[in-house]
Design a protein around this ligand. Structure first.
Ligand SMILES: *Cc1c(COP(=O)(O)O)cnc(C)c1O
Length: 454
């Protein structure tokens, strides 16, 4: 897919040259309209209101297919916490991906969407006994075990599904590799709450435990070293350590584990110039590293699984906001308040995540000035874009598009301030489809049992 230039709009000039993360199929329409795969964003905002999330189906499918090609011979499990709707799950099935879930809710939705249970992998550092038992009974393909408690709970559930099949499990290992990313998403170090540490011997001890339960089949090892990781070396080092551990497990238990899951976390560019980790080069480097590590350790090549979430959906999505007010403070700072905020995208307040935002829908010949785009919530921390650049004549009623919002936005949305959650519309080949409708007041009040009628 190739991007179409949108040079005619003054405020967007230069975006393609400097790598601003527009979705792949962005183009320029009449009267300052911006087209996403042939569908006008300004028109969508008029039809569905704002805030509105728009996702390019073609781009999601293309990125999924690119992973399939890059990791051919292994498995690619889409991390559904990044963005999950029934339609999204079906796209992933169409493209030959498996599905990663990490809660009973995600599992239920995947099941309702018709995802075959053997293509589902379940994670989580604190799965409840109920979630474990539901996953096990429904025949989930693999459960990633995270603690000793889970091992005994799963074993106590007995054989799964048809009563004969042993539940396949992967063991989550902390390989002690840091992804050098934001602390909240740096999940491979030894000093946090996930999995079993490699260096302390806890991982080997957990392996012995799983092997001692005839109800469980230890299919392999799992690790996930963090998110927004751009340096392939972090993955290569994790892979070397995991292969060495698998060889050690073989040496001391005689068991050859057939699978190695290296998690997700591949970086995407939220702004021009941000580093990304592309699947092709990563897959090639991993293959070479794993080949060599297996040779050195005389270990048979395991089947590799990879779990991208963000890398599949982030850049395919944009969010449209309407400007509500514009304030210039005494010291010259410019605050642009929009009709959404931390309820539809908590990432800036959680991780200080940066985004790119642009004015669309009208002409401007004014130069860009520094601006802070803030949300509508009653918190000083409700900032969507701290260091935006917007045309100097930005005014109420203007339409803003925030780029690279396909991942961890809809899935992290809340009803803070009793704001109705935004719809999600997908576009493909000039047609739009509503994946998730806007929340209504009835939706908001349905669970309040103090109201008549509930
Ligand atoms: C969050 C997560 C992923 C996906 O991370 P991305 O940054 O979206 O690629 C994959 N695997 C596990 C275990 C995770 O927790």
């Amino acid at each position: 897919m190739t991007a179409v230039s949108i040079h005619q709009n003054h405020s967007l000039v230069g975006d393609f040259a400097d790598g601003t993360p527009w979705p792949l199929l962005t183009g320029y329409g009449h009267e300052h309209e911006v087209l996403l795969d042939g569908v006008g964003l300004v028109a969508l905002a008029q039809e569905f209101g704002t805030p509105l999330q728009v996702i390019s189906e073609s781009e999601v499918r293309e990125r999924a297919a690119e992973y399939r090609r890059a990791f051919a011979g292994g498995a690619v499990a889409y991390a559904s916490k990044a963005f999950l709707t029934s339609t999204m799950a079906r796209w992933m099935m169409d493209e030959g991906l498996d599905l990663d879930v990490c809660s009973g809710g995600e599992l239920a939705l995947a099941g309702a969407a018709g995802v075959p249970m053997d293509r589902i992998l379940m994670h989580g550092n604190a799965k409840s006994p109920q979630e474990l038992s539901d996953a096990h009974r429904s025949g989930v393909g693999r459960i990633v075990v995270d603690s000793r408690t889970e091992i005994s709970q799963l074993a106590a559930l007995g054989h799964s599904g048809d009563g004969h099949r042993r539940q396949k499990v992967l063991l989550r290992v902390l390989p002690g590799v840091s992804g050098h990313t934001h602390r909240s998403v740096d999940t491979g170090r030894e000093d946090q709450q996930f999995g079993f540490s490699l260096s302390s011997g806890a991982a080997l001890e957990a392996v012995r435990r799983v092997l001692s339960h005839s109800e469980l089949e230890l299919a392999g090892l799992h690790c996930h070293i963090g998110s927004q990781i751009a340096d392939p070396e972090a993955y290569l080092e994790a892979a070397r350590r995991m292969i060495a551990l698998m060889a050690h497990i073989r040496d001391v238990t005689g068991v050859v584990l057939p699978e190695l899951d290296l998690g997700g976390g591949h970086a995407v560019a939220y702004r021009a110039g941000d580093p990304e980790l592309a699947p092709g080069p990563l897959a090639a480097a991993l293959r070479e590293t794993i080949d060599r590590a297996c040779l050195v350790n005389r270990f048979p090549l395991p089947r590799m699984t990879i779990e991208p979430g963000r890398a599949i959906v982030a850049r395919a999505g944009v969010t449209l906001y309407r400007v509500i007010t514009v304030k210039r403070t005494a010291d010259g700072a410019l605050f642009v308040a929009v009709d959404g905020g931390m309820s539809d995208n908590p990432r800036p307040s959680l991780y200080h995540a940066s985004y790119t935002v642009r004015l669309i829908g009208r002409a401007t010949h004014q130069g860009a000035v520094p601006a802070t785009v803030v949300g509508r919530h009653c918190e000083a921390g409700d900032v969507l874009v701290q260091d935006a650049e917007l045309p100097a004549d930005i005014r109420p009623g203007d339409l803003l598009v925030m780029l690279c919002t396909g991942a961890y936005q809809h899935s992290m949305a809340s009803n803070y301030n009793m704001v109705r959650r935004s719809p999600v519309v997908s576009v493909r080949g000039g047609r739009a489809q509503v994946l998730i409708r806007r929340e209504t007041d009835d939706d908001l009040m349905r669970r309040d049992l103090g109201l008549a009628g509930n």
